[in-house]
Design a protein around this ligand. Structure first.
Ligand SMILES: [Zn+2]
Length: 646
């Protein structure tokens, strides 16, 4: 059995703690310069690649800016008194506000997860990304209200439900997920501190951490491990982040209370024992492992996070870049046969996998993780918000279903929360840096403003409608540096021009091209990334395949979906429309399993991304999945088996 260092607080010595690597990549904490790097080991530069702070990147006009604005409007539609209602009642204070419903109902065991958690993260991210202070002010009001509640509670505890639910956890009584909710609140507060400078939020988060420490006092390791079988979100991650921000060892010790050998040990040994587990319970633990590596330098945690991500993406994911059925890994590794349903690919899981991809990318600079990020971003994040800012929960992959969304005030799912964060942080992964080098990871219209270096890079693109992008250097004086541009795995025949002159050698697809020169004001890099049609089989079933064009999964239109009724906008806390019919049969692709997509799918108009497919005598319209709004659709096709019977 592998060493279980998580049981012993003594194994993190103060000295080891201070020996952490610098420049670690990660979430916005790193980018703000108050992650492990700046805090623990000034001057200890490493090769890791880190994101730019959100404040250094602005979206330009385009699909991402449009979606970010819709999300910001939704966040702004919520009112502080209603958000604070259950927190106030729990603290014994009065509230006459009308409570929100669904998972924020005053009787729901997850109440507070959105209202005091995701809401704050969304506001902090949106204001850091846009520079717009409206949501920051609203977040400040909620932080102020939460601080009052915590003060009233008197022991650091802060939640919209009483400690009785945590007692149930100790007693082994059924309870939904108290620490999951606690994590969201701590993370929201930390985001308000890190991204908007609200120092009260940090104090409240520290008080909450102290309460956790006291809670576990007197609980045996064995009992604690039993309690950790109940979903606890990213408690390890947020406590490691708190340690990184405050430079306090005690929070690393508290984080280690959430170390769970039964999950981590098999992964450390590169064994996939994920079958049967709940996906979104476990991905956040891996983000916690990633942050533990980044802050403590413990390579076992790096190995765990890397193996997990590689395994889930290669052996357990669908073409859209996400995983799971009924929220679980229901089949064996490399075998997704029979797993297409309505309840595929919970949106939170994509959100968390993408967070993990950013961390793991930073350690190696391997383009595969940014290819994976792009796959998820364009296929199962973009498109999951409607025009009112409502979000999807499941992502149906069986044929003949449609997108359904939460209601504005009566659902408040987990995915409402992670969606509110996702659509507030599109700027966080476009550009990274290593030393003086710039990495262009994603093709999104935006501007990077690297103030310390006097360098701006403007990116103009209509990607993916445009098959490439253009970067323009803005600099008062010439500067020598390397700009790395991702050449995605999906392209063939990429071409790069610098100031109109074609580069002789372009990096292979699935890597970065490094362009080093003395950059002058007005220099341009034009990147051409031709897209091609191709098929991608479902793991474990070669006769079922999805069609892709570049990074885009193409969906076949299967008729009109339900109108704006309860099947489209689910009116309560349930996550699946009522009375759902069985799925239709997969449409039949007019080719054999190993056939080429080009034999039966034709571009109608490449620029508009419209296609036609021949399917058993009929023609079906295809479009990128992210453009599907009202239609019923199919992502997968039934191909002819090559092993025909005689
Ligand atoms: Zn969710």
């Amino acid at each position: 059995m592998l060493e279980d260092w998580g049981h012993s607080k003594m194994k993190h010595s103060r000295r080891d703690f201070l020996k952490v690597s610098a420049g670690v990549a990660g979430l916005h904490l790193m980018a703000q310069g108050i992650g492990s790097a700046a805090v623990f080991a000034a001057g200890d530069e490493t090769d890791e690649i880190v994101p730019f702070p959100l404040s250094a990147v602005r979206l330009a006009r385009g699909i991402f800016a449009e979606q970010a604005e819709i999300n910001a409007r939704y966040l702004d539609s919520l009112t502080a008194d209603r958000l604070l209602h259950s927190f106030r009642l729990t603290a014994g204070m009065s509230s006459s506000a009308t409570p929100y419903r669904g998972w924020e109902d005053p009787t729901c065991e997850l109440r507070g997860h959105f209202n005091g958690g995701h809401f704050l993260s969304g506001c902090a991210l949106a204001s850091a990304t846009s520079g717009n202070d409206v949501l920051k002010s609203k977040g400040d009001v909620v932080v102020g209200g939460l601080a009052q509640c915590q003060q009233k509670n008197g022991n650091g505890y802060l939640s919209a439900f009483p400690t009785a639910l945590f007692e149930h956890l100790v007693q082994g009584k059924p309870v939904w997920a108290p620490f999951y909710t606690y994590h969201k609140i701590m993370a929201g507060l930390l985001d308000m501190y890190v991204l908007t400078g609200n120092t009260d939020a940090l104090k409240v988060a520290e008080g909450m951490a102290h309460w956790v420490d006291g809670y576990f006092e007197g609980i045996s390791d064995e009992q604690r491990q039993r309690m950790l079988r109940t979903e606890y979100g990213g408690m390890n991650e947020v406590l490691v982040n708190l340690a990184a921000v405050t430079k306090k060892q005690e929070y690393l010790d508290t984080a280690s209370l959430f170390e769970q050998p039964s999950i981590l040990d098999p992964l450390a040994a590169r064994r996939d024992e994920l079958t049967g587990l709940h996906a979104n319970t476990n991905v956040p633990k891996m983000i916690g492992a990633a942050r533990t590596y980044e802050v403590t330098g413990d390579r076992r945690h790096r190995a765990i996070a890397e193996y997990f991500l590689e395994e889930v993406l290669t052996a357990r994911s669908y073409a859209i870049g996400n995983t799971s059925l009924d929220e679980h890994w229901t089949t064996a590794a490399d075998d997704l046969k029979g797993s297409l349903g309505y309840t595929n690919a919970e949106c939170c899981v994509a959100y968390n996998l993408m967070k993990l991809e950013r961390h793991v990318f930073g350690w190696s600079g391997n383009a595969r993780w940014m290819d994976a990020y792009e796959r998820a971003l364009f296929n199962c994040r973009l498109g999951t918000q409607n025009a009112q800012g409502l979000k999807q929960y499941f992502f149906p992959l069986a044929t003949g279903y449609w997108r359904a969304y939460n209601s504005a005030e009566d659902s408040f799912w987990c995915c409402t929360g992670t969606g509110a964060e996702e659509f507030a942080k599109f700027t966080d992964t476009i550009y990274f840096r290593r030393g003086g080098d710039v990495y262009v990871n994603q093709f999104i219209a935006s501007t990077l403003d690297w103030k310390d270096e006097g360098l701006k890079i403007g990116q103009s693109t209509d990607f993916p409608r445009e098959q490439g992008t253009t970067l323009k250097v803005i600099s008062a004086k010439p500067q020598l540096r390397t700009i790395h541009v991702r050449i995605p795995r999906w392209t063939t025949g990429a071409e790069i021009k610098v100031n109109g002159r074609t580069l002789e050698a372009v990096a292979d697809p699935g890597s970065y091209v490094a362009i080093r020169q003395m950059w002058k004001d007005g220099d341009t890099i034009s990147v051409s990334l031709p897209m091609e049609l191709r098929l991608e089989p479902l793991a474990g079933d070669e006769t079922v395949a999805a069609a892709l064009y570049g990074p885009l999964v193409l969906a076949a239109e299967m008729g009109t979906g339900p109108a704006d009724g309860p099947s489209r906008v689910i009116p309560d806390g349930s996550t699946v429309p009522k009375g759902l019919a069985k799925p239709d049969l997969l449409p039949k692709g007019a080719a054999e399993a190993a056939g080429e997509a080009k034999q039966w799918i034709q571009a109608e108009s490449g620029g508009e991304l419209q296609f036609k497919a021949a399917s058993e005598g009929a023609q079906l319209n295809l479009m990128p999945m992210y453009q599907v709004r009202d239609q019923k659709y199919s992502v997968y096709w039934q191909m002819r088996s090559e092993k025909k019977q005689a």
